[in-house]
Design a protein. Structure first.
Length: 241
């Protein structure tokens, strides 16, 4: 069953067509990868799903209903959470207070919001960092905090935007396990990622774009062997090998 449907999505900035007629769906309970070279339009698609950018044309369907044009906070309340490429925690607040603030999306009582935040920090492996200022965390910790903040909004669909960027090999392995654990906990995941170890390990299906247009979709193996994908990442000469 499709939880999210992106239909003929187009986004134009002035004379630049950043996303052009992209269509894909995300099934409930799966991890769907969205890949493409830098500047191919991946984050723009995320921003259109959440209405950070208004859609030029096309539609976004969530749980059978169009969310096109809805306020960003309304889309969050409907059950779509997300992280950002450039993490910007509330730097002068503690890790716990950062997640507690996000929990207020669903919870109105501070005691309950804090209890929810503690459980999420435990889940994300940050409980021992709870009293530290967010700005003191290394990049791996800030990435996990970004995920924790998104989880605190209680999403049914989680959009992860390059959550593995800048991580060392051991942190990559931990990130892979955390994303799998999120899916196993009942949350559907749509992930943008450049690190192929991550995307190929965790994705059930992958949708590939280049210059704002779809070039391939299928299993990780099918997409990795697709000539259009190879050409987009490595050049025409490699696609012909």
């Amino acid at each position: 069953m499709a939880l999210l449907e992106v239909k003929n999505l187009t986004k134009v900035f002035g004379g630049l067509r950043a996303v052009s007629d992209v269509t894909f769906h995300v099934n409930q309970g799966e991890i769907m990868g969205l890949i493409g070279p830098n500047g191919s339009g991946k984050t723009t698609i995320f921003n259109c799903i959440n209405n950070y950018y208004p859609i030029t044309s096309g539609d976004v369907i969530f749980k059978g209903n169009s969310i096109k044009g809805m306020k960003t906070h309304t889309i969050c309340h409907l059950g779509i959470g997300r992280t950002f490429q450039v993490v910007k925690p509330l730097s002068r607040m503690t890790v716990l207070d950062n997640v507690t603030a996000s929990a207020f999306c669903r919870i109105n009582i501070i005691r309950d919001a804090r209890e929810e935040a503690l459980g999420i920090l435990e889940f994300c492996g940050l409980i021992d960092q709870k009293d530290k200022l967010a700005k003191s965390l290394p990049i791996g910790g800030r990435k996990r905090l970004e995920i924790a903040r998104a989880l605190a909004t209680k999403p049914e669909l989680l959009l992860l935007d390059e959550t593995a960027a800048g991580l060392n090999p051991s942190e990559l392995d931990e990130a892979i396990e955390l994303i799998k654990k999120i899916r196993d906990g009942g949350i559907t995941v749509l992930i943008v990622e450049h690190i192929m170890k991550v995307i190929m390990t965790i994705s059930d299906r992958i949708h590939a774009i280049n210059f704002g247009q779809t070039i391939a979709e299928g299993t990780p193996e099918e997409v990795a062997n697709n000539p259009a994908v190879i050409e987009a990442y490595l050049g025409e000469a490699y696609a012909q090998c």
